[in-house]
Design a protein around this ligand. Sequence first.
Ligand code: C2E
Ligand code: CA
Ligand code: CA
Ligand code: CA
Length: 279
Amino acid sequence: LSFTTIEEKNIKLAYYDYESVLRFELSNHLQKALERKELFLCYQPLVCLRTGEMISSEALLRWEHPKLGPISPARFIPVAEEMGFIQEIGAWVLNSACKQTKAWQLKGMHQLGVCVNVSAKQFLNPSFLDEVKLALKVSGLEAQYLTLELTESTMFQNLDESIDIMKALRNTGINVSIDDFGTGYSSLSYLKYLPINSLKIDQAFVNSLQATPIDTAIVKAIITMGEVLSVDIVAEGVETKVQADLLRELNCQYAQGYYIKKPLIADEFEVFAQQLIMS
Ligand code: C2E
Ligand code: CA
Ligand code: CA
Ligand code: CA
């Protein structure tokens, strides 16, 4: 064995160990993780680029493991999906986000909405629609304030069925958004078949806005298409003033990103929101 092979082997082993620890932790301690509040939500503002007004937040799941530290949702959600735990986690996220948003509305942020990420397994589960309706009913949040974010890969697992579920969601007044737009199987042409309210331009395009004219052209095309189809456009991952200014110039309606605010724990989000209302 050459040195690099051993090194590679160790890396693979370390990766494997990490995965098995995650799997073990998830399968044995998920219930406890929820009870112990190791799982919690952060909220990141979505603002109108023209008025600066905050229209909504995106709920982002966090797992602060006592021994392993913070684990990214990008790591543990796929594991949860694979192990069949996403139902439970997803339902908890939906219920918490709806309850929190209703509480904020009652505190004076009357028009505040919330965007919730939905994973493929959760979305394609036959009880999903009932689950969402129940979360709204229990929290008292009106459907118009809830947006469900789906990725293209989720929809393309079963496009016809996905469109049916999306239509059923829209019929109850819930908003549907495409997340990470531009990274999947996107072709602008299929957009007209999708019953969506909004789409989020993936951060990759937003990130290279200043740098490459091609990405600027792509973003421009997406925004123009959005105007024609009456689909709201959200730019995510906006990190600089230059990007925000350029997006505003291109008539992009909404933005989200570190330039506006990082995801905040509920208490911090509330302080930020109150400051916005006061200013
Ligand atoms: P996403 O839905 O695309 O969420 C946006 C991600 O970009 C978040 O990462 C957010 O913290 C990060 N972000 C926000 N603004 C900026 C910025 O200006 N620059 C950069 N570089 N990043 C920014 P996070 O919170 O780590 O979440 C990662 C992914 O995990 C999410 O990507 C989403 O796919 C998934 N996820 C998070 N929460 C949930 C959940 O409750 N349910 C499901 N199914 N998936 C979730
Ligand atoms: Ca999202
Ligand atoms: Ca995204
Ligand atoms: Ca993403």
